[in-house]
Design a protein around this ligand. Structure first.
Ligand code: G1P
Length: 285
């Protein structure tokens, strides 16, 4: 199945990273030298996505600028003959019209953010990627699309029992395979109410019928319109699968996850591996 469009909800306030994110979008925080949102867009492109839809909010214009020309910078690098650096400043330029931006006027929840993009999606399944959830290898969406036939699909991973209340959690009759048929979903359940310890991670492929459900979705957890609640309402009518991915995932919405991602990604880089690992060894000894 060909999925052509991906939605990137980037309207969140980023309060967990204040003061860094007071005037800068949290999605622009770098992992080594690349902003989180670029990893998300690269993963989508790697999965064959051709149209990139950002649900933004006030104060997020740095994201639009990042995926556009920076004439002064590019001209300067060109004049100085810095070809490689120039290429890194230009590698996210896509054919005109590939990037679209729609505003979420208030931070009313992930479900509301997705609903804000409804006019840009026709009768077609589409992807959703949350940039905060950085998954190593940037191939998770590609693998999900490979396994997708119809309905809704979410990426899932095991989390510690104590962490279930931070996630959307799924339930199933059969947990034995990599693709699980989901029969229950709860957004941020208590440990007692949690159907399992399998959490939804920020990768979705959704049937466009979700928009009609989101339209009438009331507030859920945290007084927000939750995407999980709408996907859950469709269970029984629209098949929902959970895809257990194998790659390492970093929760870059948390300070610890963000720091771990920076160290892990830097250690994978040829230009940084030796010096950084030497320094880390000294630090812990
Ligand atoms: C969102 C989703 C949640 C999911 C999580 C993954 O929550 O609502 O279902 O488990 O992303 O990161 P948030 O982290 O925005 O509160």
């Amino acid at each position: 199945m060909k999925i052509k469009k991906a939605i990137f909800p980037v309207g969140g306030l980023g309060t967990r990273f204040l003061p860094a994110t007071k005037s800068m979008p949290k999605e622009m925080l770098p992992i080594v030298d690349k902003p989180l949102i670029q990893y998300a867009v690269e993963e989508a492109a790697n999965a064959g996505i051709e149209q990139f839809i950002f649900v933004t909010s006030r104060g997020k214009s740095a994201i639009e600028n990042h995926f556009d020309h920076s004439f002064e910078l590019e001209n300067n690098l060109l004049l100085k003959g810095k070809k490689q650096t120039l290429a890194s400043a230009q590698d996210m330029l896509k054919i005109p019209g590939s990037y679209a931006y729609v505003r979420q006027q208030e931070p009313a929840g992930l479900g509301h953010a997705i609903w804000c993009a409804r006019h840009l999606i026709q009768n077609e399944p589409f992807a959703v990627i949350l940039a905060d959830d950085l998954i190593f290898g940037q191939s998770t969406m590609k693998n999900m699309i490979k396994n997708y036939k119809s309905g809704n699909m979410v990426a899932i991973m095991e989390v510690d029992q104590k962490q279930v209340s931070s996630y959307g959690i799924i339930g199933s009759h059969d947990y034995s395979s990599k693709l699980i048929e989901i029969n229950q979903m709860i957004e941020k359940p208590s440990i007692q109410n949690s159907p399992s310890n399998l959490a939804i991670v920020g990768r979705y492929i959704l049937d466009s019928s979700i928009f009609a459900i989101l339209e009438n979705q009331g507030q859920g957890s945290n007084q927000e319109i939750q995407l999980t609640d709408s996907i859950c309402l469709q269970i029984g009518k629209v098949k929902c699968l959970g895809y257990q991915f194998e790659e390492e995932r970093f929760d870059c919405g948390s300070k610890l996850g963000f720091l771990q991602a920076n160290v892990a990604y830097a250690l994978h880089r040829n230009d940084l591996h030796n010096d950084l690992s030497k320094w880390l060894k000294n630090l812990v000894e």
